[in-house]
Write a protein that binds this ligand. Structure first.
Ligand code: SF4
Length: 351
């Protein structure tokens, strides 16, 4: 099967020969592009080549002129998808993602959609939503001006969708963002000269982080990839560990079984000053859960006990390892709900 040509983008990659993105033709469909809602006007992504003229240009124009092979790959990728049904599109996209997984031997599975181009049709966006769902081991991210297609990704937790908002489409962008702002993986990427007052925001550091042959700025920064929620959004998750801790006394796994299908258990803090640890662990877990699950879902509850190895909140290495272990457990879990609960104190304190 023909697949999209993957690109080893110097900014987006996490490692040498990562090939973790692809591009489509840029610009409006009437000029052969895949960006139906490209914005024209002061601050928009398209500008007129000549004042008063009709020909529009995009920042990709310069890139393609400098690197003709980039242009050829955009043209061939766009041609491959043109005129295909949703099922055919899904087959091509799935095969493309599987090739990416194969190239990377299942590691560093961070994939950016569209370093150029956009969700040019409803069928194409739906095909991607299906592929993202099927490849839950891959962490995707994308920027889009196709604001009416964002809803297709709201239920998926392994993709972060950035609404590309500029002074031209700001109001529409804000409207869509307001609708989904409690969904942790729907975010806004604002391209403007002024500060987005009234929002928490971070400036993209790409121009100050040097790409190296081994890793690009995004691989180092990861803000858009998997750090967005903890660094910028910080919405409360529906169940925080603290809340559950307060609500549960002498709770055990068995007490919560039945109504919940997944429980991660912690030992209760004892009387020996371990409440600091409990707080540190609570914070670590809350971060893990926040990164993994959108707000529209309650956390899991699972029957498997998760016993922390850290024995003080100074024990940062163990705490980190616990967090990694927990993160892995969550990644391997099917979608559902996670709840962190407590077990009675172990003899000798937290274990
Ligand atoms: S904020 Fe970070 S991850 Fe996002 S585009 Fe900029 S460098 Fe890449």
């Amino acid at each position: 099967m023909d697949i999209l040509k993957l690109t080893d983008d110097s900014k987006v990659k996490f490692k040498k020969k990562h090939y973790n993105t692809f591009g489509l033709m840029y610009g409006s469909p009437e000029t052969g592009g895949t960006c139906p809602h490209a914005t024209l006007g002061p601050g928009g992504c398209l500008t007129l080549k000549k004042e008063g003229g009709k020909n529009k240009t995009c920042y990709m124009d310069k890139l393609v002129k400098a690197w003709p092979s980039v242009g050829r790959s955009l043209v061939s990728n766009t041609a491959l998808l043109a005129g295909k049904s949703q099922i055919e599109l899904e087959q091509i996209l799935l095969a493309t993602v599987d090739e990416f997984i194969k190239i990377n031997s299942g590691e560093n599975l961070y994939f950016r959609l569209h370093y150029s181009g956009d969700f040019f049709s409803e069928e194409y966006a739906k095909a991607w939503a299906s592929v993202v769902k099927q490849r839950s081991n891959v962490r995707f991210w994308v920027y889009t001006r196709e604001l009416d297609r964002v809803h297709l990704f709201v239920e998926l937790s392994n993709i972060t969708v950035f609404l590309s908002v500029d002074p031209v489409n700001y109001l529409k962008g804000l409207e869509v963002y307001e609708k989904y702002k409690l969904t942790n993986h729907i975010a806004m990427a604002y391209l403007g000269d002024t500060k987005p007052e009234g929002h928490r925001w971070v400036t993209c550091p790409a121009s100050t982080i040097k790409n190296s042959p081994e890793i690009g700025a995004c691989g180092k920064c990861r803000l858009c990839v998997d750090n967005y929620v903890t660094k910028v959004k910080k919405h409360p998750i529906p169940y925080t560990l603290n809340k559950i801790m307060n609500n549960v006394t002498n709770s055990s796994v068995d007490q919560t079984k039945g109504s919940m299908n997944r429980i991660i258990t912690l030992r209760r803090p004892d009387q020996t000053g371990h409440s600091d640890l409990a707080m540190a662990v609570a914070e670590a877990i809350a971060k893990v859960i926040e990164e993994r699950y959108e707000n529209s879902r309650a956390p899991y509850v699972n029957g498997e006990a998760f016993i922390f190895s850290a024995n003080s909140n100074e024990d940062t290495v163990a705490l980190m390892q616990d967090t990694i272990r927990l993160r892995q457990q969550l990644l391997e879990s099917p979608d559902g709900q996670v709840m962190v609960s407590l077990m009675p104190p172990a003899v000798g304190g937290v274990s």
